[in-house]
Structures are given as structure tokens and as C-alpha cells.
Design a protein around this ligand. Sequence first.
Ligand code: KIV
Ligand code: NA
Length: 275
Amino acid sequence: MKTRLDFIKMKKDKEPISMITAYDFPSAKQAEKSGVDIILVGDSLGMVVLGYDSTIPVTVEDMIHHTKAVKRGAKDTFVVTDMPFMSYHLSKEESMKNAARIMQEGGADAVKVEGADGVTPVIEALTFGGIPVIAHLGLTPQLVNVLGGYKVQGKNAEAAKKLIDDAIKCQEAGAIALVLECVPQQLAEELTNVLTIPTIGIGAGCHTDGQVLVYHDLLGYGLGHVPKFVKKYATLSETIDIAISEYINEVKTRTFPEEQHSFNMKKEELHSLYG
Ligand code: KIV
Ligand code: NA
């Protein structure tokens, strides 16, 4: 399993870091089999697999439940789990308890938290306690209602300056990597040069130290809207649609199951029931 030191080395060697989300046993198993560097149990699971319309309803219990399944499918891959909405804001103690549960019960190798203001002391405390933390800046979906929507962040000089300052604070607090979501590629490149920890981009251009995408988005598996920054490498929804329709049709026409899917017994056995 790769660790924090491997990711730092990859940054130094300019070897891009690949990250993908997974939410259950089969997705984790496939991600590990394909050789991904890091698996993220993202709180995007709220939208992608639980059907909520934001990440806000997701709970610590949800994250533990899904992390357990992912870790069972990817024992040899570094697994990072998102701390969900408000699970790291109430107090340092509450934040540490929640993160410890995600590691001890869920089996995560690190946690991810969004934002810098008010959050950097938590990054420091968790790191001090032995929990590696990945920071997440730019578009931070848990703050969607404060940001006023899912929009590109850091587009002007003032906002870019704040983002750079925040990123440095996260690094100084002990963050082992930084996810950058929906920021101009020029700013992402600048941040990648300024920081010693790896940057992992999503909607942040090609100059970051790594990339992350949501499993269902890159496979064309989900049914919802996908953002501009997604590239679909497959169209699984179409494949699934065709397969399920064909199954229904074969059930309705009694063409499934066939002999090869069925079990047999001697007719006499049945007849003997009635003497
Ligand atoms: O929850 C998630 O999937 C994420 C990634 C988009 C970075 O946080
Ligand atoms: Na997330």
C-alpha cells in the first residue's frame, strides 16, 4: 500500500497521482484491481448512491458504513474518507472522536476535511493524534449554501490570494495533500508550485500533482447531471439499460430461463407424491 511518503515522492518525481472515489465493495475492488493510487470514500456518496440532492444530509454513520465496505474491497490501497457536514466544527473533541471512529470502525487510512477558516486547528489536532488529513479547498460542496452554488472559485486576484493563503495554512497545520476543486488551472498550477504537499485536482486543470474523479461520473454510470470537468471513459448506464430491458423482455416472453439455467429431478419422484 502506498502511503504519505510515496505521494510526496511522486510529487517530487512529477509522477501524477490517480485518485477515484468508491462507495462499496465492488467499486473498491475494481479500483484496486486497476491500480489506482488513492481511493476516496467521498461524501459525494450522498448524491451518487443515496439519492440526496447535496452532501449535507450525510452522517458519520453513513461514512463509516461505506468505508467498511470499501476497505473490505481494497485492503492494499490507501483509503481516504470524507468527514461529513458539521462533523468537524462543533469542537476539537467532537471532531477528533468522529475522525477516530472513521479510522477505527471504518478502517480509513486518512480523512479529508473541507475549508481552512476554523478548520486548520482541527487538521493540526487530528495530525497530532495520528490521523493523516487531506485538505480540500476551492469549491467545497459542504459550504454550497454559503458559497451560493456550485461555482468556480478563486477567479479574481483577491480570491486567489485567499486560496493560496488558506492552502499554506492547511499545509502548515499538517495536511498531507490538498484536493483542489473547481479552480482556474492557472491558480491550481501556482498552488502546485508553492506547496510541498501534493495537489489533487478536480476541475482544476492538468498541472496539479494528481487528479480525482467520482467513480460513477467517469464510468457514465450515474443518472444525474455531470459537471463540465468530468470526462466519461465509459457509458455504463446505456449498457445497464440495454441489459435490464432485455432481461424484462425475456421474462415476459419466457425465453429466460433456458435449460442451462434450470435444475432437474426425475418425473417419477413427483408422481410418487400422489401414489
Ligand atoms: O466527495 C467527493 O467525491 C469529493 C471529490 C469530488 C473530491 O470530495
Ligand atoms: Na467530498
